[in-house]
Design a protein. Structure first.
Length: 95
């Protein structure tokens, strides 16, 4: 019986990994659909950990423009990924 429990746990872990991979793929796909400047600024901020003022200086734009583009990206992503929220909540509560 203990082996069966381990197998079930392993199966659930594998399923969770597959679901997480699919979620990541869908999120990445939606990020790629963002308008080019919006996507670039969002990625610099969220994935590279760059500060708004550094992004603004590199791109030759105002800090306010950087803030606006990040807000725009988050709004679009929230709208386009809203259907995934129940799945994300299930995965995070199971962890």
């Amino acid at each position: 019986m203990p082996q069966l429990l381990k197998d079930n746990q392993c199966s659930r872990d594998n399923h969770d990994l597959m679901v997480r991979a699919e979620l990541e793929a869908q999120i990445f796909e939606e990020i790629q659909k963002l308008p080019p400047q919006c996507r670039n600024i969002f990625q610099m901020n969220r994935f590279e950990g760059r500060k708004n003022k550094d992004i603004a200086a590199e791109l030759g734009i105002s800090v306010r423009t950087v803030e606006t583009q990040i807000s725009k990206a988050l709004k679009i992503l929230r709208q386009n990924l809203a259907h995934l929220i129940p799945t994300i909540l299930l995965l995070t509560s199971a962890a």
